[in-house]
Each structure stands twice: as C-alpha cells, then as structure tokens.
Design a binder for this molecule. Structure first.
Ligand SMILES: Cc1cc2nc3c(=O)[nH]c(=O)nc-3n(C[C@H](O)[C@H](O)[C@H](O)COP(=O)(O)O)c2cc1C
Length: 166
C-alpha cells in the first residue's frame, strides 16, 4: 500500500486498542519529522483517559470522534525551543508524520486542528495545565478503522505548474 497516497481521515473506530509497539513507532515517526534549525520543539501528549477525551470533545466541537477512539495524541510545541516563528510548521510536519505512521501500521487517524483557534487552544492548555511556553497545536485521534470509505483521488493537474505561474 502506498501510504502517502492512500492515507485519509478516519473518524469511526472499533474498540480495538493501539498496540504499545505500534504507538511507539507512531511517536518515533512524529519525532523524526524535520524542525527548523533542528530545534526539536515538538512533544506529544498521549491521552487514553476517557474522562479527558470527554472534556476535549466539549472544548473541540469537531473532535467528537475522540469519544470512541482508544487514544489521542496532542501535538504540542515549546515556544522557548522553537526557531523564530517556525513552531507551527514544525508541529504540522510532526502531525503529518504521525498520520502516515498510523496508516502504515494499519490504523485510521484524523488531524483535529487546534492551532490557530485561540479559544480552543487556550481552553485545552488551561485544562491540561500547560506551562506558558507549551502550545497545543493539533489533536490526532487514532484507532482501528470502522469505516469502509475509499481513499480520495486528489491528483489534479490544474494544481501543478512548471517553472513559472504562466
Ligand atoms: C489543519 C487541519 C485541521 C483539521 N481539523 C479537523 C477537525 O477539527 N476535525 C475533523 O474531523 N477533521 C479535521 N481535519 C481533517 C480534514 O477535514 C481532512 O484532512 C480533509 O477533509 C481531507 O480529507 P482526508 O484527510 O481524508 O484526505 C483537519 C485537517 C487539517 C490539515
């Protein structure tokens, strides 16, 4: 399977857990993403607690799928470590790596946006007792897929130009 092309958002999961070794692979892939000037400002908060999932679902209206997922990974950035203004890009690269690694290990996942929704990110940071320098970026929900949606074919020649915009 070509995971880069076949990855898609999955929002329905079975009750099956994410295996410990698969989770470690997924987190390792996340940490392997590039960061500007190799700042390594990105960290992950793995959340399995159902009460925490419930609270996250009340804060984040578009993350209701977390209620039936075995786990969620909150991708965060340390603004004291980030190089210049690159924290969002660093966190985005890590988020995508997590999605791809989850796909490679046979899990469905979805990126739920936190940055740059001020109200949402501040509510999550307060709820999880983050220090001032730690910024919530995305919530990645992971589980075994319980839907049969096919991957979308996004190949679109109109999106590709060569050498100049003409
Ligand atoms: C920055 C960002 C924020 C997103 N936030 C949400 C979200 O809050 N809830 C959700 O269900 N999907 C969210 N998504 C997933 C997109 O809806 C999804 O990637 C898009 O519809 C394309 O579908 P695909 O991932 O299956 O290719 C987000 C994706 C990105 C990149």
């Amino acid at each position: 399977m070509d995971i880069l092309i076949e990855r898609r958002s999955v929002r329905k999961y079975t009750k099956e857990d994410v295996k410990k070794e698969d989770l470690e692979y997924i987190l390792r892939a996340g940490l392997s993403a590039p960061t500007a000037r190799n700042s390594r400002c990105v960290s992950f908060l793995v959340i399995k607690n159902k009460e925490t999932h419930k609270k996250l679902a009340t804060i984040h209206q578009a993350a209701q799928m977390v209620l039936q997922a075995p786990l969620a990974i909150l991708v965060v950035g340390d603004k004291n470590l980030a190089f210049q203004g690159y924290l969002p890009q660093d966190c985005a690269a890590a988020t995508e790596n997590i999605l791809l690694a989850a796909t490679a290990k046979g899990y469905g996942s979805v990126w739920c946006g936190v940055y740059s929704n001020k109200e949402r990110s501040e509510a999550i940071e307060k709820f999880l007792s983050f220090p001032e320098n730690i910024k919530a970026f995305s919530l990645v929900v992971v589980g075994k897929s319980d839907d049969n949606n096919p991957p979308k074919d996004k190949w679109d020649l109109t999106k590709i130009k060569y050498e100049s915009w003409k």
